[in-house]
Design a protein around this ligand. Structure first.
Ligand code: SIN
Ligand code: MN
Length: 208
């Protein structure tokens, strides 16, 4: 069956984070994007604020049983969009990537959708709001390339960087599940996938 996913794909290892370059071919990226447009139409992007009251430069929404959220009260998963509606279902095109690279038994509870405009970035952080770190976090990049930085499990550990391009998949699992990571900057105009420019990153997470 032709899935647009690269079967037997070889991964690069960036401090324990496995990166599958161009895992999704251009038609698979376009199919995923069409499904994400429907998610964003049902659950509009919003701009979270950090617990320290700073607006994040990334805009977010989610699909699945939970969405990740942040405001003055802290970081957490919530069962509805801030407008009160349930999050839309995670598209099958997204679940197919999880099934191929992580598990066919347990599906993720949350597909966080991050939209980066050309000046957006994400500071170094750990993903640690989930209950069971035995499950990896799987990330899919679409659109403009982004400089991804990965360190260790302590904030001051040395870091290494890698440009994530459209269709790349990264997996934070095993000893790298709690690795600090972030996005330093985008390379605006490096992809034509998104008509409006910028980048969409999806992260799939098992929450509880
Ligand atoms: C995240 O850490 O939630 C996003 C990482 C990325 O944008 O590649
Ligand atoms: Mn993260």
């Amino acid at each position: 069956m032709k899935t647009g996913l690269s079967a037997g794909a070889r991964a690069l290892n960036l401090r324990g984070v496995l990166i599958y370059p161009a895992y999704l071919d251009p038609p698979a990226q376009a199919a995923l994007l069409a499904d994400l447009r429907a998610v964003i139409a049902a659950a509009p992007l919003f701009a979270p604020v950090t617990p320290g009251a700073k607006p994040m430069s990334v805009r977010m929404t989610a699909a699945g049983r939970y969405g990740w959220f942040s405001d003055r009260a802290g970081y957490r998963y919530i069962p509805t969009h801030p407008d009160g509606q349930p999050w839309p279902a995670i598209p099958e095109t997204v679940l197919a990537v999880w099934r191929a690279l992580v598990s066919a038994e347990r599906m993720p509870d949350c597909c966080l959708v991050n939209y980066y405009g050309e000046a957006a970035r994400m500071g170094l952080h750990q993903d640690r709001d989930e209950a069971d770190f035995a499950w990896p976090v799987l990330s899919i990049s679409l659109g403009d390339a982004a400089l991804f930085r990965v360190g260790g499990t302590a904030r001051r550990d040395p870091t290494e960087s890698h440009w994530l391009g459209s269709g790349d998949v990264a997996i934070l699992g095993g000893p790298a599940r709690l690795a600090y990571h972030g996005i330093d900057r985008l390379r605006p105009g490096s992809s034509r996938l998104l008509a409006e420019g910028g980048r969409i990153n999806l992260t799939l997470r098992v929450v509880d």
